[in-house]
Design a protein around this ligand. Structure first.
Ligand code: 4AD
Ligand code: MG
Length: 441
């Protein structure tokens, strides 16, 4: 019978039919009579069996890993007691070689040898991406972005695409990437927040999924120089509304990822112990976190007891989050350790209406706040940080032409993935990670 062209994932449902499947040789195993090929096409994996004359012919060809082939054959249900992807096997009756990959010294296996120096593996990222874990994380990543868009659609937010090349800072001058822009000073954006704020009067509640850039010189598990920033901004809401919205977005997005027929099983495979978060999350005020850290003998960066006003840096934050062991909304940070735009709490002007979402294993995945909506207060904020306001005239105008209470937040895509997929570092959650010393491939 004629073969119909099929993607591997779709072929699982074609038992008894003759199909034609093209893909890459993912695994190869043979004995004198039979050759087993696990074929990969990005949609899935299928075990293929070449026997008899085919096996003999193939052996003379010296098929190699990562060669491309087109296989023709009948999809068969696996006999009892055997397992393979999709629960099927392809009984191959004809094949074509599309591109033979090198063997020997130059073989794929040698290029990405397990246990190799991580920086060598990063040089070979274009090949390493084909591996089981990395490709699975990238599939989950796609489902995450699809799911978060679905949630924003349900919550009636409109997607916008702010610029990457800007002349303003959002999260401090020390991590700005500077660039020459036709003779003018410009930066790569740290956050789309300021632009999202300007969209509120035009479009209502908005979100963007855009790259953000941070010149983070130190190497940590969770900092990249370029990351995919999911940001949202909402008008006419209270701090309490904002916290509630953030919980909803995280809970629903994770739920949709887990329900996804491709990504759901991959999360289970990568992170068998993963517990889907449930709202409401635990709430913890910054001042109470300081007390908690003191009581648990966790020290600050100077190896002293934590004091009100200290930044809770990565190590301490993660220790606290891992000990508590549940998602935390950490709120009301002091003015001095946060950015110029954050609104102060009306009952305590030392602190701001700010929030970080902390997840066990990674710590901070989200940072957000209510924004200063009064011009004078905003000018005082710029002044405190020593920012020249000329470049911000458009942002200040926002307070002049119809100000309103508003707030928003940013989610780090790679941090969510590290948490969801149980990866040690965000580097494993970015297609081609960028950090100091690495800008290739
Ligand atoms: O906490 P951040 O710096 O907040 C902002 O940029 C706000 N302007 C966002 C907003 O309110 N619209 O960054 C937000 C999130 C962090 O919680 C973290 O998940 C991620 O972005 N993030 C990074 N991810 C990877 N590498 C880095 N260097 C990151 N810096 C921040
Ligand atoms: Mg932050």
């Amino acid at each position: 019978p004629a073969a119909t062209k099929a993607k591997i994932y779709d072929s699982y449902a074609k038992v008894g039919q003759r199909v034609k499947i093209s893909g890459w040789v993912h695994r190869l195993r043979s004995n004198k009579k039979v050759i087993f090929v696990v074929l990969r096409d990005g949609s899935g994996f299928i075990q293929c069996v070449l026997s008899g004359d085919l096996a003999l012919a193939q052996q003379t060809l010296d098929l190699t890993l990562e060669s491309t082939v087109t296989l023709y054959g009948t999809v068969a249900k696996l006999p009892e007691g055997k397992t393979a992807p999709g629960g099927v096997e392809l009984d191959v009756d004809y094949y074509e070689i599309v591109g033979l990959a090198p063997g020997g010294e130059d073989s794929f296996t040698n290029k990405i040898a397990e246990g190799a120096d991580p920086s060598l593996l990063l040089d070979q990222r274009h090949l390493a991406l084909r591996g089981d874990a990395l490709s699975a994380v990238m599939k989950v990543r796609a489902a995450l972005l699809k799911s978060v868009r679905r949630v924003y659609d349900e919550e009636s937010l409109t997607e916008v695409t702010p610029p990457c090349m800007v002349q303003t800072q959002v999260e401090g001058g020390s991590t700005l990437f500077k660039m020459d822009y036709y003779g003018e000073q410009a930066y790569l954006t740290q956050s789309s927040q300021l632009y999202l704020e300007t969209c509120l009067p035009a479009l209502g509640d908005v979100y963007s999924i855009q790259e953000s850039f941070r010149a983070e010189k130190s190497h940590t598990r969770r900092h990249l120089s370029e990351y995919t920033h999911i940001e949202a901004e909402l008008a006419f809401l209270t701090f309490e509304d904002l916290l509630h919205h953030i919980e909803t977005v995280i809970v629903k997005t994770v739920q949709y990822v887990l329900e996804d027929p491709i990504a759901g099983p991959l999360v289970k495979q990568l992170n068998p112990g993963f517990q889907a978060p449930k709202a409401p999350f635990m709430r913890l005020q910054y001042k109470d976190a300081i007390t908690w850290l003191q009581e648990h003998g966790i020290k600050n960066e100077e190896d002293q007891d934590f004091q009100f006003g200290d930044d809770i840096a990565e190590a301490a934050e993660r220790k606290m989050t891992d000990t508590i062991g549940v998602p935390i909304l950490l709120t009301r940070f002091p003015v001095e350790i946060k950015s110029f735009y954050m609104k102060r709490c009306s009952d305590d002007p030392r602190v701001t209406e700010s929030v970080d979402v902390l997840m066990p294993t990674v710590g901070e995945i989200t940072g957000g706040s209510m924004r200063i909506d009064d011009t004078e207060e905003l000018m005082a904020g710029f002044n405190r940080e020593g920012i020249d306001t000329d470049a911000y005239y458009w942002f200040i105008d926002q307070r002049k032409y119809g100000t309103c209470p508003h707030g928003g937040y940013g989610l780090g895509t790679e941090r969510i993935l590290a948490w969801l997929c149980d990866r040690f570092t965000v580097r494993d959650c970015s297609l081609y990670p960028r950090f100091s010393g690495r800008c290739k491939p």
